[in-house]
Design a binder for this molecule. Structure first.
Ligand SMILES: NC(=O)c1ccc[n+]([C@@H]2O[C@H](COP(=O)([O-])OP(=O)(O)OC[C@H]3O[C@@H](n4cnc5c(N)ncnc54)[C@H](OP(=O)(O)O)[C@@H]3O)[C@@H](O)[C@H]2O)c1
Length: 338
């Protein structure tokens, strides 16, 4: 594989893991890094991730980085909502550079009219510039959509799909534990969810949309149930968060794709500190019925880094435009240095 020059855009918990993992890939070279956090800007990326200096200085000026480094692709890991990330994508695509992003709403940006409009503009710009943009990650991006779609491959008929992902959030990065409200009182949780101070999981609607589209199903409605706190029955903790009994350990969220009054796709996401059983369970009712259970569940942070980095060669080879995971060849791992 030819050497791929990569710029990292967003050097948070996931961006730092991307950097470490890319250093293990013999086909990749990190040529630039962008972030707005004043504590990171001006620092060497290698120092920041606890490795030897890389000579890559984190900058808050994406235009300067992209024109100097001339990367083949940007690995983008800033925020979850397309409304916020859209101007960042316009800038990157404007430089004629491919993008792979963990922005959840980009994984299938056709859920609302607003997203669809932004997606169409991104698709047009990417085509004009001859580059590709993809949203991916472990979820959305793989476990509750791409993998499900792949598992329907042998089905003559599909009647109904149910996916449950349950994880112990103590094993996940700290920003994730915060965004699911671990350690808050139930009142704080409800207030922060309704004020959008914490987001909960983002992406169930995107996953449902992608599955329905792949199967050619026209849904009457995508119904997202309110996010529910999971209340700790006993004290539980992670390295970063202590959860007394009666406090919020995390959350549960369900969403349904409804057709003819029936929930034909149900996604059930549960992430909380202290979950004893961890699994990803997929049931496809049809001919034949297929049941898949991954236990323990796939680790979300490693999984996000893996699927994002492994998508790089496929994004570079893809036709120009905005793509989703169902448009690319089947996901596969890429060679490492060792
Ligand atoms: N699809 C999936 O499966 C999946 C999996 C994991 C993560 N994600 C998503 O990926 C994103 C990154 O996750 P994370 O845990 O790494 O978050 P994080 O720790 O908050 O890191 C985000 C970094 O991006 C920086 N940033 C924010 N806006 C920026 C901008 N306009 N320009 C440059 N840098 C900017 C942030 O700086 P400040 O701290 O100063 O804001 C922060 O350093 C999140 O939206 C997360 O939900 C998706």
């Amino acid at each position: 594989m030819k050497e791929v020059k990569v710029v990292l855009y967003g050097i948070g918990a996931i961006g730092r893991r991307m950097a470490s993992a890319l250093l293990e890939k013999k086909w990749a070279k990190i040529v630039g890094a962008v972030d707005i956090d004043p504590n990171k800007v001006g620092r060497d990326l290698g120092d920041l991730i606890g490795k030897k200096p890389l000579g890559v200085i984190i900058s808050d000026d994406p235009d300067a980085v992209l024109s100097e480094a001339k990367p083949h692709i940007v690995v983008h890991t800033t925020t979850s909502y397309l409304r916020d990330t859209y101007p960042q994508f316009v800038k990157i695509l404007g430089h004629g550079v491919n993008v792979v992003s963990t922005c959840e709403e980009l994984s299938y940006p056709y859920v609302t009219e607003e997203q669809r409009e932004l997606a169409e503009k991104l698709d047009k710009l990417a085509r004009e510039k001859g580059v590709t943009i993809l949203g991916t990650g472990i979820n959305p991006g793989f476990l509750m959509d791409t993998l499900v779609i792949t598992l329907t491959g042998p089905c003559i008929r599909v009647d109904r799909i149910e996916v449950v992902r349950q994880m112990n959030a103590a094993t996940r990065r700290v920003p994730f534990q915060r965004k699911i409200g671990a350690g808050l009182t139930v009142e704080e949780f409800k207030r922060k969810i309704s004020s959008h101070e914490i987001t909960g999981h983002v992406g169930l609607e995107q996953s449902i949309g992608m599955i329905a589209d792949a199967l050619g199903w026209r849904l009457d409605e995508v119904r997202v149930e309110p996010v529910e706190p999971v209340i700790a029955e006993r004290p539980v903790e992670s390295e970063a968060v202590k959860v007394p009994a009666g406090y919020c350990a995390g959350l549960r969220q369900r969403a349904m794709g409804v057709r003819g009054g029936e929930a034909v796709i149900t996604l059930d996401f549960r992430a909380y500190i202290g979950a004893e059983e961890e699994y990803d369970a997929i049931t496809i009712e049809g001919v034949p019925t297929i049941r898949e259970r991954i236990s323990p569940c796939v680790h979300g942070d490693y999984g996000t880094v893996g699927i994002t980095i492994n998508s790089i060669p496929k994004v570079i080879k893809a036709e120009p435009g905005l793509k989703t995971m169902k448009d690319l060849p089947i996901p596969s791992a890429t060679p490492s240095r060792a």
